[in-house]
Design a protein around this ligand. Structure first.
Ligand code: DOR
Length: 442
């Protein structure tokens, strides 16, 4: 099929494109992007086959809409195999394309854990059959994510894992983390670190501070994250390995990463929409939907995270999509699992950064598409996060004027666990093109 997207406001930071124009797609790949100059250039044509006579040509009028490379989520939990009652590859990838994502990297805390090539192979096969978008697995750093013994990083890499992480758990043993970072160099993959000193966070369920004292809940100090961020930065300097810090939530972590980058340390970092949208106040009425790990922090931390996004300290906005079953979230606060269902709210929450003047639209697309693709080396996997000719035709078309009310009951994800219920937000995907299919959203 040939698809022509006409007159949209195209932004593609990989080519420095920001203007009104057309995109021609052929056989699932971008063929040409043409930006209007003054006077406008002649329209794109496909070897004389364009026009009403070509039954295979599909034209999408994007007048008044933004057209972006499909977003790449480098941190999501798709729960399959093992926790299909929370999410499956099928439902999770549908939620992804609804949210404008066309590539999802799935964390290994499944059952069994993705710590060997057969689980990796299962995920890749299932995603090829049932996934609405590209699914790239992240393998575990240690066997069973127990932090004791390195997993089969080499064989998982060969099978298709694009990064390694024990996400959900830290690698407490510094020697094992050192070895993992050494492997990351040899295999040219990032190690994604869930930074949490378990001896400090033990028993904690929310941020440590006035709120934890008032609510009578055990707190997790910011230092539990910062200590591990600093340790891993030092290990990245020691090994020259490729370190990526997951879900940055504290002011101190932002400062440590900023300083490390200034020194030339090979470190990159991500944060998630909830860490720049909500403070610990969201748990004041014991709302388990706002229970997340690392926990929601303070206004000061939010401001620092935003600053980190603005000055480039934080490279990526990832969702940490963590769907859980309603019954699990109905448990008392201490016992409920941590996590927010994030794929269908990430874009509109992040657009607020543009409205606030923290990021330009182009910088936002960098953080949601280009940078994750670069960090993960996705050009090797068919060119993601870019609209360069030859790249996969992964595209998201956004209506910035459209206002949407967040209603979990309408999520395509099985996970309805969101602390953003009822929020009115602007900017929604109206069309997503993924794996050669056009999804149109109301
Ligand atoms: O809140 C979280 N949920 N943080 C994590 O690190 C893991 C995730 C999950 O798997 O539910």
């Amino acid at each position: 099929m040939t698809i022509l997207i006409e007159k949209g406001h195209i932004i593609d930071p990989s080519q420095g494109i920001d203007g009104i124009g057309d995109i021609l797609i052929e056989d699932g790949k971008i063929r040409e992007v043409k930006i209007q100059k003054t006077p406008p250039l002649p329209p794109l044509t496909k070897g004389g086959r364009r026009g009403g006579s070509d039954s295979e040509l599909r034209t999408i009028d994007a007048t008044g809409l933004y057209v972006f490379p499909g977003f790449v989520d480098m941190h999501a939990h798709l729960r399959e195999p093992g926790f299909e009652y929370k999410e499956t590859i099928k439902t999770g990838t549908l939620a992804a394309v609804k949210g404008g994502f066309t590539t999802v990297c799935c964390m290994p805390n499944t059952y069994p854990v993705n710590d060997n090539a057969s689980v990796t192979e299962f995920i890749i096969r299932k995603a090829a059959q049932e996934g609405s978008c590209a699914v790239l697995p992240i393998g575990a750093i240690t066997k069973g994510q127990k932090g004791e013994e390195l997993a089969e990083i080499g064989t998982m890499r060969n099978e298709g894992c694009i990064a390694f992480s024990d996400d959900g758990h830290p690698v407490m043993n510094s020697l094992i983390m050192r070895r993992a970072l050494e492997y990351s160099k040899a295999f040219n993959v990032p190690i994604i670190s869930h930074c949490e000193d378990l001896t400090l966070s033990e028993g904690g369920v929310i941020n440590e501070g006035l709120t934890s004292v008032t609510l009578g809940l055990r707190g997790i100090p910011a230092e539990a994250e910062m200590i591990m961020v600093f340790r891993d930065i030092l290990l990245a300097e020691l090994t020259d390995g490729r370190l990526h810090i997951a879900h940055v939530s504290t002011e101190g972590s932002v400062e440590l990463i900023r300083d490390a980058k200034k020194r030339g340390t090979p470190v990159t970092a991500e944060t998630c929409p909830h860490y720049f949208s909500l403070t610990e106040d969201a748990v004041r009425d014991y709302d388990t939907n706002a229970k997340v790990n690392p926990p929601l922090r303070t206004k000061r931390d939010i401001d620092a995270v935003k600053e980190g996004l603005q000055d480039g300290t934080i490279d990526v906005i990832a969702t940490d999509h963590a769907p859980h079953h309603r019954d699990e979230k109905l448990k008392e606060f201490d016992l409920a699992p941590s996590g927010i269902s994030g794929l269908e709210t990430a874009l509109s929450l992040s657009i607020r950064l543009v409205e606030e003047g923290i990021l330009t639209m182009s910088q936002l697309i960098e953080k949601m598409a280009l940078n994750p693709s670069r960090i993960l080396g996705l050009p090797l996997y068919g060119s993601k996060g870019t609209l360069k000719p030859g790249a996969d035709a992964d595209i998201t078309i956004i209506d910035m004027k459209k206002e949407v009310r967040i209603e979990a009951s309408k999520f395509l994800s099985k996970g309805k666990n969101t602390p953003f219920e009822g929020w009115m937000l602007k900017g929604v995907p109206v069309v997503t093109i993924s794996k050669g299919k056009i999804y149109e959203w109301q």
